[in-house]
Design a binder for this molecule. Structure first.
Ligand code: 5AD
Ligand code: SF4
Length: 441
């Protein structure tokens, strides 16, 4: 029996790619092991979105080398695509370098590796294919990812993704729905539709569905109780998505809509192709919806040339929108991206100052927003148990963490667990990052 070990970094797309890579390998007769030492094939699925990703990858590859002689090493994902054959020069023990746009060729690449070829690459970005597998390895028996669109056709000035994941290509609605139905039959109740930009989903089959239609139809599948999606690009985010959420309770009332900056001048330099007011119009659709839609976002501080006044516009925007949660990133230079050539890069200390200011302001917004739930009953999907706090961990439709005590099952007992169940929980306390409560019967 051939064995493999895989380590994964990055976004949900990467995590899900690894699930499909594992599925492909298992189908080809490999067995997954959880220690490098026990594996014949060692795979590293990498992310290059920020920071010194390349250095970290080479450092980890060196560690792998020390951990195992005579093994076959492979680098997958965004750093593989970005660095390409340079990886063979800097880490000669590596035999496989493949970006996500080449994973459909993984079975062929495995055959070449097994035949003793020590320089196998999958680096072409010219593809119309999506990575569909007959078998996907999923650890969680309740929640599952489904890819609906791969790649990205946008050209945000800071972003490596268009260079690492290839052009946009959508799966047919038929194959997405088939996968969703089969997951429901297997007992999954929550699915998350994935893509770099789900809003530009376009069914390649004659049905020609857009994303809102796909969402709506997925939401009607028997057995599925929660449908999530990520990630959205404001430019392509239509009102029909808000309408679909309003009309279909199984679609979660949470939208992650990365704004990146509250300043038109910065948005323009970022090549985001929307203005602050375009963005706020979308926020208004959500605020006017029947359902209480939670909104979360991503913000980059210290983009090249960002002035104090421009940064202040971001502070004002977040006061106006009142997000439920926010991911803040300090701008980081990425290879090949247009912003690398921009002037006026912001010093690191200044990025940190802006990061902290934004974080503090958002913290008080979250305290205020979360306080609204105290005294209300929320339905949670139970994710697990935290022995450190002796509490169950639940997630609301709005994607808020709600930790709770359960009088009937205060802790897991043998095979008895609440994980995977849907329970009503009375919220008794609220903090900036989570809610706490007691299940009700
Ligand atoms: N520097 C900092 N943050 C970045 N992001 C993407 N590229 C960069 C970069 N070069 C952030 C964006 C995006 C999130 C996934 O990562 O906010 O929405
Ligand atoms: Fe990282 Fe972006 Fe690649 Fe995801 S798509 S793994 S976030 S670089």
């Amino acid at each position: 029996m051939k064995t493999f070990y895989i380590e994964t970094f990055g976004c949900q797309m990467n995590t899900h790619d690894s699930e499909k890579v594992i599925g492909t390998l298992v189908e080809k007769g490999y067995r997954q092991v959880d220690k490098v030492a026990d594996a014949e094939l060692v795979l590293y699925n990498t992310c290059s979105i920020r920071d010194k990703a390349e250095q970290k990858v080479f450092h980890r590859l060196d560690q792998f080398k020390r951990e195992g002689k005579g093994k076959i090493f492979g680098v997958l994902g965004c750093v593989a695509q970005q660095e390409g054959e340079r990886i063979f020069e800097r880490a000669p023990h590596v035999s496989l370098v493949a970006g996500s746009a080449s994973y459909t060729k993984l079975p062929e690449m495995l055959i070449q590796l097994e035949a003793g070829n020590r320089r196998v690459t999958g680096l072409s970005l010219h593809t119309t294919e999506t990575f569909d597998t007959p078998y996907t390895s999923r650890d969680n028996p309740h929640r599952a990812y489904i890819t609906i669109i791969e790649g990205c056709d946008k050209a945000c000035a800071y972003c490596v993704v268009p260079f690492t994941r290839g052009p946009e290509r959508s799966r047919t609605s038929e194959s997405v729905l088939r996968e969703a139905r089969s997951l429901a039959e297997l007992g999954y109740t929550e699915v998350q539709l994935l893509g770099q930009n789900v809003n530009s989903y376009r069914d390649p089959s004659p049905a020609g569905w857009d994303f809102a239609k796909l969402l709506d139809e997925t939401g009607k599948i028997d057995g599925l109780r929660r449908i999530r999606f990520t990630t959205s690009h404001p430019r392509d985010f239509g009102k029909s998505i808000v309408d679909a959420i309003d009309e279909n309770e199984t679609l979660c009332n949470h939208v992650h809509l990365p704004v990146q900056s509250g300043s038109d001048a910065v948005l323009n330099r970022m090549q985001r192709s929307y203005t602050r007011s375009d963005y706020l119009r979308r926020v208004e659709w959500m605020r006017k919806a029947q359902r209480d839609i939670a909104m979360t976002t991503d913000i980059i501080v210290g983009f090249p040339g960002e002035t104090e006044a421009e940064f202040n516009e971001t502070l004002r925007l977040i006061d106006e929108v009142e997000y439920d949660a926010m991911f803040i990133f300090k701008y980081s230079k990425r290879p090949n991206t247009p912003a690398l050539q921009y002037e006026d890069h912001i010093p690191e200390e200044e990025k940190t100052r802006r990061f902290t200011l934004l974080q503090e302001q958002q913290r008080s917004i979250q305290i205020r927003r979360n306080a609204r739930y105290v005294g209300k009953t929320e339905q949670v999907h139970v994710e697990g148990y935290n022995p450190a706090t002796s509490q169950w961990i639940g997630r609301t439709s709005q994607h808020k963490t709600l930790n709770f005590a359960d009088a009937q099952l205060p802790a897991p007992a043998g095979a008895e667990t609440l994980t995977g169940r849907y329970l009503d929980v009375l919220v008794t306390r609220a903090g900036p990052n989570s809610l706490a409560g007691q299940s009700v019967f």
